[in-house]
Design a protein. Structure first.
Length: 295
């Protein structure tokens, strides 16, 4: 059907038209039904390689040691490489990638913000990451049915179970709670009976609702699994990484309105002695006009 400029779904009209234009209607259906979806080819091969190599360079600098993408054995378990956004301009392309961002905006609204941009660099060994929901930060059970956080996770190397890929419990976003300690297992006798391996080729983006139970399998083969986690939250939540007051000079340029918003540039709270400025007043008026629909 044709999507009109319907007043009852003011924000959703444009979001859905964008999702349709990007060919993501099937992904949206999967996201609603199962709590996650995979966009294969979300990154070009060139951008995938550039992101992977940039992350490995940063990781080597931080660790003070060389890493072997294909045959690494010294890095056991998971090494977190945080706060990547300002390290190289290539990360802007991942954050602003139209297809994942359209689905994230559907889940969290147009005024969502970037919470963190990190790599979970995984070598062979370790126990993996137990199943959990990203709806945390003190949010009590039961969770809201609408997402408060969401993740677009880029596979910068091929994802396989033996290689330590994501684990997911389809439909768990409808449970509206964290898994119990008896439901978190991924391996051996304690493996959750419903968990699946999210296997996908490099360059894919896996997007999931913040309530969805997920984790990652231990890597059982030499080499490295490299990902890029672009994690978003609604504007009323505290982001994991401090962007708003730490944007380097020259990072934002003309036309970077969406990126500025993702970094918290138009949040209505956080003023000091000056009180709410005219900018905040205009922002409040815009919010009031658009609150007719809340996804």
């Amino acid at each position: 059907m044709e999507i009109g400029d319907w007043s009852a779904t003011r924000d959703l009209n444009d979001l859905y038209r964008e999702i349709r234009a990007l060919g993501l209607e099937s992904n949206l259906a999967e996201l609603e039904a199962f709590g996650f979806t995979i966009i294969e080819g979300a990154l070009s091969p060139q951008l995938t390689t550039q992101l992977r190599d940039t992350i490995l360079r940063i990781a080597e600098q931080r660790r003070g040691a060389k890493l072997d993408l294909a045959a690494e054995t010294d890095l056991n378990d998971i090494a977190l490489i945080p706060y990547l956004l300002f390290k190289d301009r290539v990360f802007r392309e991942a954050v602003l990638n139209p297809k994942p961002l359209a689905l994230i905006s559907y889940l969290l609204g147009k005024h969502c913000i970037l919470s963190s941009l990190v790599c979970h660099l995984k070598g062979p060994g370790g126990a993996g990451l137990l199943l959990h929901s990203d709806t945390s930060n003190g949010v009590p059970d039961p969770f809201t049915p609408y997402a408060q956080v969401a993740n677009a996770n880029y596979a910068l190397t091929d994802y396989s179970e033996a290689g330590g890929c994501l684990a997911m419990v389809p439909g768990s976003h409808r449970m509206h709670r964290q898994p119990t300690k008896w439901e978190t297992g991924l391996d051996g006798n304690r493996r959750n009976e419903h968990v699946i391996a999210v296997e996908a080729p490099r360059g894919s983006a896996i997007i999931w609702h913040g309530n969805t139970w997920h984790g990652s399998f231990p890597r059982k083969i030499p080499g490295l699994r490299v990902n890029l986690s672009t994690y978003f939250c609604r504007e009323y939540m505290a982001p994991q990484e401090a962007y708003r007051d730490n944007v380097p000079d020259g990072f934002l340029q003309d036309g970077d309105d969406r990126l500025a918003r993702l970094l918290g540039g138009d949040l209505i709270h956080g003023w000091k002695d000056e009180g709410p400025s005219a900018k905040f007043a205009r922002r409040n008026a815009e919010v009031a006009r658009n609150r007719t629909w809340q996804n």
